[in-house]
Design a protein around this ligand. Structure first.
Ligand code: GLY
Length: 353
């Protein structure tokens, strides 16, 4: 088992990575979380795959558990679903001495985490992420949120799970598209901070090879996340580097209504695009974009920008509410493994498009 402790002064998160971890979840949960009752928040797909086993093992250890099952997909990260979750927590009589388990991908983790951070002014929670993207990124670092009609993640908080249990065997049921969604973010971690990780990802040319090395890949991504979040929990400095590729990535996702491209696909296109431009502008070692193209290509991830005019790209970036303050923080690479933040006036954005 690989273990990482995320230490943030008054709070900490224990992260454990092991194939088959779900079977031992209750043993780990009992070490870190008190409470004799749990609400397990999950979605219909994950519930049908893993639902009964987790509840049964909690019950066998004297922890009463009930499910709150939401619909799969981003539409569940809504205030309406959150309200239903609160009502179910009340009906299950979940008190501050009890806890919540988020069993699912990024949507479930963000929704359950935000419910945990606000219900009764905060109850403890455990993350059991079931997608690669959630296992390497969204379940760690405490960002929890729901969406508004006006945009994604507009209501949220920083609230850390007591424990994150990562079972890479849960990824076996994911189709290749979902795996690539997470791999795009893994390539990002390599680009910003770990050339060894980047080079190893470049060689993962088959699903079998990838799954043979998956624990190591997850661990290396999370070491970077740990260091980054410990240095800058509230996302005012170093943590922004986790957004490499995201300025254009978010614009692509938004322009296509979050339907055509997954987050990881859009970020992959964003990483390649911005690095091509930053190379042309002299910020980045020549040949870096080509390495990103090769790594993404080897993994079967699309790296070419979709059909969008420069104006459409610019508008989509500027519509992202977080960016409207006169300046943009662009995350650029010096070379693979070394990144930096370049603050540019919005008027200079067109140089990067
Ligand atoms: N996913 C980016 C962050 O946690 O800051």
């Amino acid at each position: 088992m690989r273990e990482i402790s995320l230490e943030l002064g008054s709070v900490s998160s224990e992260i454990k990575i092991k194939k088959g971890m779900l079977k031992d979840a209750v043993t780990e949960i009992k070490k870190y979380v008190e409470g004799s009752k749990a609400a397990i928040i999950t979605d219909e797909n994950v519930f049908s795959l893993y639902g009964s086993s987790l509840k049964d093992s909690l019950l066998s250890e004297g922890i009463a558990a009930e499910y709150i099952v939401v619909k799969p997909g981003e539409q569940s990260k809504s205030v309406d679903t959150l309200k239903k979750v609160y009502s179910e927590l009340v009906s299950l009589n979940i008190t501050r001495g009890d806890f919540i388990i988020a069993l699912g991908g990024g949507v479930v983790g963000d929704l359950a985490g935000f419910a945990a951070s606000t219900y009764l002014r905060g109850v403890e929670f455990v993350q059991i992420p079931t997608s690669l993207l959630a296992q390497i990124d969204s379940s760690i670092g405490g960002k929890v949120a729901v969406d508004l009609d006006e945009g994604k993640n507009l209501v949220g908080s920083f609230y850390h799970p007591k424990l994150v249990l990562i079972d890479p065997e849960l990824l076996n049921t994911l189709n290749d598209r979902f795996i690539k969604d997470g791999l795009g973010e893994a390539v990002k971690y390599g680009c910003i901070s770990d050339i060894g990780l980047f080079e190893s990802l470049m060689n993962m040319k088959s699903r079998e090879l990838l799954f043979n090395n998956i624990e190591d890949i997850i661990y290396r991504c999370l070491l970077i996340k740990k260091e980054t979040v410990e240095a800058d929990e509230k996302d005012k400095g170093l943590r922004m580097t986790l957004n490499f590729g995201h300025t254009f990535g978010h614009a692509i996702e938004k322009y296509f209504n979050y339907e055509k491209y997954s987050h990881g696909e859009a970020v992959s296109m964003g990483m390649y695009h911005i690095t091509r431009k930053s190379e042309e502008l002299g910020y980045t070692e020549v040949g870096t974009a080509e390495k990103i193209r090769e790594a993404l290509g080897n993994l079967g991830i699309e790296y070419r920008m979709p059909e969008m005019t420069s104006k459409e790209v610019e508008n989509a970036i500027l519509l992202d509410k977080k960016n409207i303050s006169g300046n943009l923080n662009l995350i650029l690479l010096r070379k693979i493994g070394i990144c930096f933040i370049e603050k540019i006036p919005v008027s200079s954005l067109n140089k990067f498009i």
